[in-house]
Design a protein around this ligand. Structure first.
Ligand code: AMP
Length: 130
């Protein structure tokens, strides 16, 4: 069965898209730790990030590097934190999170609740800063 992220890639379920090319997709996390929390994925479904081939692995991080400045321009923050967890969705992904302190990277804290309109407006703003 396809991962939920493959379903997003195949447009079977929607996402708040930030950026896309032939091999990668970036979209807002629907349970964000902070406004602008973005996921960057390879379109190819591989569960564990360290099982990506070297080229795809490097290109995934290069794609995230293009997306991060646009998030930073949109959300006032100290910097963009980057982390990989992968315990919930078995499809490799990088989290890009606007942060001001270590605590902002703590996945145990409650997630933000945003409306569809707020997500859509945020994605549009970040896209505008790409
Ligand atoms: P993890 O696999 O532990 O890195 O966590 C997966 C992340 O994907 C979580 O932060 C979820 O909120 C996020 N997530 C799960 N389903 C979706 C979805 N349909 N759209 C956007 N983000 C999602």
């Amino acid at each position: 069965m396809s991962s939920i992220f493959t379903k997003i890639v195949n447009k079977e379920i929607p996402c708040y898209k930030i950026a896309e090319d032939d091999s990668f997709l970036a979209f807002l996390d629907i349970n964000p730790l902070a406004k602008g929390h973005t996921l960057v994925i390879p379109k190819k479904e591989v569960d564990y990030i360290f099982h990506l081939d070297d080229t795809l692995y490097k290109e995934l991080f290069a794609f995230a590097k293009k997306v991060a400045p646009a998030i930073e321009k949109t959300i006032k923050c100290e910097r963009i934190g980057i982390t990989v967890i992968g315990l919930e969705v078995p499809h490799a992904h990088i989290h890009l999170i606007p942060i001001n302190s270590l605590y902002d990277m703590d996945f145990k804290q409650p997630k933000l609740k945003l409306t569809q309109e707020e997500f859509a407006a945020m994605a549009e703003k970040i896209r505008g800063n790409l």
